[in-house]
Design a protein. Structure first.
Length: 243
């Protein structure tokens, strides 16, 4: 279960990378509201009293996530003191822990080359005819299936940066088309299948549901220091679960 949870989180990160990081000719900053509800699967075998307590603890929790984006890198700030930075040219991801001043470094291509990634990674994007207005944007619904779990993606062409999104997607497709692993694992072209910027996503996995809704977005100049690990932070070795 730990391996599957770790893989699902990584695949979610990769999906976000390939569908949102393409908005890159303009420097962007946006904030999203993230609501998490539910409790991990596998509770059926627990005593009723214990299970009830866990269910009570699993009431919806609302947080704000801040995102920064340039043509070279992206940064995501979580409310728990965690920061994730992705360098596009090197496909390197840094997970920074502000609370204990440590960070981990992940070569995303090396992880994707592992046998378990090839076996477990299959992403399908299915468009629907359903539309509705969300956060002031006219959105279209897509179903994204990843590792057997289905998520809703509501996207809109009306969001700032959509033109840049389309242009940069074409550039990334040319770059990653040369990598047979990306083609095999169905990541390539996801951005073009999601015809718009993600305004709302509803992801369900392992008994948990996470709903992310765009609250504001703006074009602004961003400091390069935002995408660097702060000085004095210590590197920690990352233990990647195996099968």
């Amino acid at each position: 279960m730990k391996t599957r949870k770790w893989m699902w989180c990584l695949l979610s990160t990769l999906l976000i990378f390939f569908t949102v990081s393409t908005v890159a000719y303009a420097e962007l900053y946006w904030e999203s509201e993230v609501v998490t509800a539910g409790v991990p699967e596998g509770l059926a075998a627990l005593p009723e009293q214990v299970r009830s307590q866990l269910l009570d603890q699993g009431k919806p929790e609302t947080k704000t996530v801040k995102c920064y984006l340039t043509s070279n890198a992206s940064r995501t700030d979580l409310s728990n003191g965690a920061i994730m930075v992705i360098e596009f040219d090197t496909l390197t991801m840094y997970q920074v822990n502000v609370n204990n001043k440590t960070y981990t470094k992940i070569d995303m291509m090396s992880v994707m080359d592992q046998g378990m990634m090839k076996e477990m990674m299959e992403i399908r994007v299915t468009p629907t005819n359903e539309t509705k207005e969300i956060a002031g944007y006219k959105c279209k619904k897509y179903i994204v299936t990843m590792m057997g779990d289905k998520s809703e993606y509501w996207v809109s062409k009306d969001v700032k940066g959509y033109k840049e999104y389309k242009k940069m997607n074409e550039k990334l497709e040319k770059k990653f088309r040369k990598n047979p692993e990306l083609r095999q694992m169905s990541i390539l072209g996801i951005a073009s299948q999601l015809d718009g910027f993600p305004v709302k996503t509803v992801q369900s996995a392992m008994g948990m549901t996470t709903t992310t809704t765009l609250k504001k977005i703006e074009k602004k100049r961003l400091s390069k220091d935002l995408f660097k690990v702060p000085k004095g932070y210590k590197l920690q070795e990352l233990s990647i679960p195996r099968k």
